[in-house]
Design a protein around this ligand. Structure first.
Ligand code: ADP
Ligand code: TPW
Length: 584
């Protein structure tokens, strides 16, 4: 509403007119008001027409706008905020290229069942649909659809409230996922009567309603569980997302059944819990006869529930999930339990009383024996002090520091860096580990770190392969700009997986996996006022990490790792038969 210079005489007339004429509001204000009304107070984004004005207004209205250097990382920050809070993370981008940059994060969120809303400005329908060549023209709604759980467009200012309500509900109800909301520029500047605008806003009631499992599904599941000789519980990141921490712990402890956490479910129970079978993973997957899956899919990360990983012993699966279509996705499920994990686990607990058969000591004893043997082997590997440092000796140093700070968030990506850190770094609290997830995607590092730091207000340690770090490295500036307590540790082995490949032709170009040798990633953060460390021994790494955490400042530790230490694709060698064959 523009201010006008008026004489005292006309002022009275203008004031009278203003009192009589209804005040107006516009699309910009309605978007902000709708988000705030639903307790969404942070936007991760990147500006440009028409988002700049929206971002300015959001800030002026008391929201937090965290501006990024690339939309993919803003989207990843929003996604992880959604995973941590069960409220959709909000990402805002401009049209076409900005939208497409954000779309990778939206797709990754949908794949991982993280709730987020990508809001993008777009060109006018008239021009897009006639393909008349607008500035950053694109049919974004249709482009988003295959990669989003839902996609909506709002054309009238009075529909903004409903549009945002639908987006919130779609993102968090049932199986969570990414939602796209298309806001044409013309919509944002549309004005409507302020009272009408206010009335059009919707505060979403019970956005993710409990979904109570059918009693017969609980009975069936308990019957299968009771019949087990070698039961196993498998906890996935759906279980962590559900925030049913106490019930899950009770189920594990009351039943006495050994459990395995998937990588992002680590810490749901502390990794040091005596019933954790992580150190005997291969053994329990092969030998178990009944497997209770809670918020975990039988996708590639679990070898699709079949084959060598699962051994020859016949298996029966019980699967607790909110998505009925997940059942029988890869193998037959003997006992599906459909509902939200809190309700399902509570119902299962109702059937686990003193008469419930405890797993035999033969089974738990065999697991303990394996665990101890493997832990001893791992301890011997971790105790070595090779020079240069390798993944194990560096991770030992990090593990020992993180043990003293269970509240710290851990972000992790890379190939070897991911595989080794996942098994070596223990987690003690739920929803503190964020990684490459269902796709095994590289590039989540700095986005997740920023999202986790902003959302939790707690420090973040990002353990990054040097290649993985490169995908989002420019966001170091964002970390410094907002002065976030993020310590990035780059496992620098001079390349993708390792740094020793050679060009077989002897030509000038280096091999496809090789980077600049001896790069100093620590200097990158210094360019933005952060603190850099270059370390070559576990002792130096320990000291640098302790100092970093104590400082609460943006820091980066360039950890020099033996360039020959990594294996191609980390532990995914089975997915890489071509490469294995080429090396023979
Ligand atoms: P992981 O990668 O850790 O194995 P996945 O992402 O494959 O885990 O599986 C998560 C599963 O959890 C999905 O199938 C999803 O439908 C389910 N899920 C997510 N939230 C809930 C919830 N609140 N209640 C029940 N199931 C849920
Ligand atoms: C978006 C393929 C998988 S792992 C990896 C790449 C490029 C990097 C491994 O090297 P890094 O780790 O990070 O140095 P380390 O510990 O082995 O030395 N593009 C995307 N996602 C994936 N997964 C790839 C490429 C890949």
């Amino acid at each position: 509403m523009a201010e006008v210079l008026i004489t005292p005489q006309t002022a009275t007339a203008a004031e009278t007119a203003k009192r009589e004429a209804p005040e107006t509001t516009d699309g910009f204000h309605l978007v902000i008001d709708a988000l705030k009304l639903n307790d969404l107070h942070t936007i991760f984004g990147l500006v440009g027409i028409p988002i700049t004005d929206l971002a300015r207004l959001a800030q002026a209205e008391g929201m937090r706008f965290i501006g990024f250097r690339h939309e993919q990382h803003a989207g990843n920050a929003a996604a992880i905020a959604g995973y941590m809070t069960q409220k959709p993370g909000i990402c805002m981008t401009v049209s076409a290229p900005g939208f497409l940059n954000g779309l990778t994060a939206l797709a990754n969120a949908t794949t991982n069942c993280f709730p987020m809303i990508l809001i993008s400005g777009s060109s006018e329908r008239e021009i897009v649909d006639l393909q008349q060549g607008d500035y950053e023209e694109m049919d974004q709604l249709n482009a988003a659809k295959p990669y989003a759980k839902a996609a909506y467009r709002v054309l009238h200012a009075e529909d903004i409230g409903i549009g945002i309500a639908r987006a919130i509900r779609a993102a968090v109800s049932g199986r969570p996922g990414g939602v796209y909301l298309d806001l044409p520029a013309k919509l944002l500047s549309q004005t409507i009567d302020a009272v009408k605008g206010k009335q059009s806003l919707v505060r979403v009631v019970d956005a993710a309603p409990r979904q109570i499992p059918a009693p017969e599904s609980i009975k069936r599941a308990l019957d299968v569980l009771k019949s087990a000789k070698r039961p196993l519980i498998l906890l996935g990141k759906g279980a962590a997302y559900a925030q049913a921490d106490a019930q899950i712990r009770e189920l594990v402890e009351k039943s006495g059944i050994p459990y395995l956490p998937m990588s992002m479910a680590k810490g749901l129970l502390p990794d040091t819990h005596e019933q954790s079978a992580s150190a005997a993973r291969s053994f329990v997957l092969q030998e178990a006869d009944v497997v209770l899956l809670i918020g975990a899919r039988l996708n590639w990360l679990l070898s699709h529930g079949k084959g060598k990983t699962w051994g020859a012993a016949p298996k029966q699966f019980i699967q607790v999930d909110i998505a009925p279509t997940e059942i029988d996705s890869n193998v037959a499920i003997a006992a599906p339990v459909i509902g939200d994990i809190g309700s399902c686990v509570s119902a299962l607990l109702g059937g686990i009383d003193a008469s419930f058969p405890k797993p035999s000591t033969e089974w738990t004893g065999a697991i303990s024996e394996r665990k101890n043997k493997n832990l001893e082997k791992m301890a011997a590997t971790l105790a070595k002090n090779p020079s240069p440092m390798n993944f194990h000796s560096a991770l030992r140093a990090i593990r020992d520091v993180l043990k003293t700070r269970p509240d710290i968030n851990v972000v992790n990506e890379g190939a070897n860096t991911l595989d080794y850190a996942r098994s070596i770094i223990d987690m003690y609290e739920p929803r503190k580990r964020f990684d490459s997830g269902t796709w095994g995607i590289m590039g989540i590092g700095m986005g997740f770190a920023i999202g986790a730091a902003v959302t939790s207000g707690k420090p973040v340690v990002a353990i990054e392969g040097d290649s993985a770090f490169g995908f989002s490295g420019m966001e170091l500036e964002t970390i410094c700009r907002y002065d976030l307590p993020v310590c990035t540790i780059v496992f620098n082995n001079n390349g993708v997986y390792r740094g020793t490949d050679v060009n077989p032709t002897g030509g000038k170009d280096v091999a496809p996996t090789v980077f600049v040798k001896g790069a100093r990633y620590d200097k990158m953060i210094e360019a933005f006022g952060g603190i850099g460390y270059n370390v070559t021994t576990p002792e130096e790494l320990t000291k640098a990490l302790q100092e970093s955490i104590a400082s609460g400042k943006p820091t980066l530790i360039n950890a020099v790792i033996d360039e020959a230490a990594g294996t191609e694709s980390g532990r995914l060698t089975n997915l890489n038969p071509q490469s294995a064959a080429m090396k023979k």
